[in-house]
Design a protein around this ligand. Structure first.
Ligand SMILES: Nc1nc2c(ncn2[C@@H]2O[C@H](COP(=O)(O)OP(=O)(O)OP(=O)(O)O)[C@@H](O)[C@H]2O)c(=O)[nH]1
Ligand SMILES: [Mg+2]
Length: 416
């Protein structure tokens, strides 16, 4: 388990949840467990209470709250994490009764992002999301509690800002917004340039910990951090990948998704997510050894649709197939491939799938073909458009329109 550098020992956490039928509380709790460990907590226990809806003042029922308070004492718990977004009142009630810090799922995820953010952009994005979350929750008690001791839920660039007033936070948000707009503009320019240069992009997306970075590294030696922890990657990395048919695509590895991703985060990370959403091809990776793989694929797909890329071709990748004893349990869906990014199996099928989904891009070329390559003219006649062909002393001069695949073959003969 990872320890935050300022902490002597991991915080002992109790996970609580109210099951009111809005989502699969058990599965979500399991995920909360992994998230809490990723943040450096030691999970001591978890409890789920079935209710028609969460109690307005205290989230859980009063009897349950007493049990929680008791457990906090006997188990020396430092932190309660609720698997939902809590209101300031709910947080305060639980804190007052149990006398330990309370954070919710959103704060926990924001905290992990704060821990992982490396780039300037990543830090600005996390701070923005934290402040947006804090702003409507600024109450005297909340601030007071957040000053105590630090730890999970208080880290990150927003930490010192929590103590300042709302107006200050709004000003800070404006400033952050401007900086992020600037970065977004630069990114957009870069995308436009790529498009103009005919660069084809393929984004590797998917649930956190699905093996996106491992796949990226296997395909391109990108050296991206691959780790058995949630949200290991926050900043997009891109590397060129040459396909067997000769066409080069730009692969992009990016931030992972999780169910009920806080909307403040989605908003703050929009530019990063758009990097994926604006790709020509989307490679949706899931951990096929996870029971919830199909749901993970779905969460990712829905978020991508929200980002406006319902029409982009998606290749579904069932990764970690090496961990599955009976591969027949992996659904056989069209445009789906089974791979192991770690062992390097199934990669040929993936590359073929990428080739099959390449956007058709045409290139106008003027070529000087050596006489020995006269066959290429015939190929152009078949799959492209041959405008003119002239035999000269130096070779065959050709003016033609060709697609990417043909272009990869003929570009060495292209004249400037
Ligand atoms: N057994 C097995 N493990 C894998 C495979 N691919 C990735 N892993 C492991 O899964 C863990 C997560 O891999 P990453 O590549 O960091 O996952 P990611 O999707 O980039 O995760 P985030 O950046 O956190 O969203 C690492 O411990 C990898 O070694 C695979 O094919 N088989
Ligand atoms: Mg990664």
């Amino acid at each position: 388990m990872e320890l935050y550098e300022n902490e002597q020992k991991p915080q002992r956490a109790l996970l609580i949840s109210v099951d009111y039928g809005a989502f699969d509380a058990e599965a979500s709790m399991e995920e909360l467990y992994a998230l809490a460990e990723s943040a450096g907590a030691e999970v001591v226990g978890s409890m789920i209470q079935k209710l028609d809806k969460p109690i307005g003042a205290s989230y859980v029922g009063s009897g349950r709250l007493e049990e929680i308070a008791e457990l906090c004492k006997t188990q020396e718990i430092d932190l309660i994490i609720a698997d939902d977004e809590l209101t300031p009142v709910q947080i305060r009630t639980i804190e007052d009764t149990a006398d330990v810090r309370v954070i919710d799922r959103t704060m926990l995820i924001l905290d992990i992002f704060a821990l992982r953010a490396n780039s300037k952009e990543g830090k600005l994005q996390v701070e923005t999301a934290q402040l947006r979350y804090m702003l409507p929750r600024l109450t005297g008690k909340g601030i007071q509690m957040s000053k105590q001791g630090g730890g999970i839920g208080t880290r990150g660039p927003g930490e010192t800002k929590l103590e300042t007033d709302r107006r200050h936070i709004r000003r800070r948000l404006d400033a952050l917004g401007e900086k992020l707009d600037e970065i977004e503009k630069r990114r957009e320019q870069l995308r436009q340039r790529r498009k103009k240069d005919g660069v084809i992009t393929a984004a590797i997306v998917g649930y956190t910990n699905a093996g996106k970075s491992t796949l990226m590294n296997f395909l391109t030696d990108a050296g991206v951090l691959e780790k058995d922890q949630l949200f290991a990657t926050l900043d997009p990395t891109s590397r060129a990948l040459k396909l067997p048919n000769g066409v080069s695509v730009m692969l992009i590895d990016t931030v992972g998704f999780v169910r009920r991703l806080p909307h403040q985060l989605v908003k703050a990370f929009r530019s990063t997510l758009e990097e994926a959403a604006s790709a020509d091809i989307i490679i949706n990776v899931c951990d096929a050894s996870n029971e919830e793989a199909l749901l993970h694929l779905d969460v990712t797909q829905k978020l991508l649709e929200e980002l406006g890329c319902a029409d982009t071709p998606v290749i579904t990748v069932f990764n970690k197939s090496d961990l599955i004893e009976d591969p027949s349990i992996i659904p056989n869906i069209s445009k789906g491939v089974r791979i192991s990014a770690k062992k390097g199996t199934g990669i040929d099928a993936l590359l073929t799938a990428i080739e099959d989904n390449l956007p058709v891009r045409m290139h106008r070329v003027k070529l000087m073909l050596p006489f020995a390559k006269a066959g290429i003219s015939a190929e152009i006649r078949k799959s492209g458009t041959l405008f003119s062909e002239e035999y000269t002393a130096d070779g065959i001069e050709v003016d033609a329109l060709v697609d990417d695949i043909l272009y990869a073959k003929v570009k060495e003969f292209a004249e400037e």
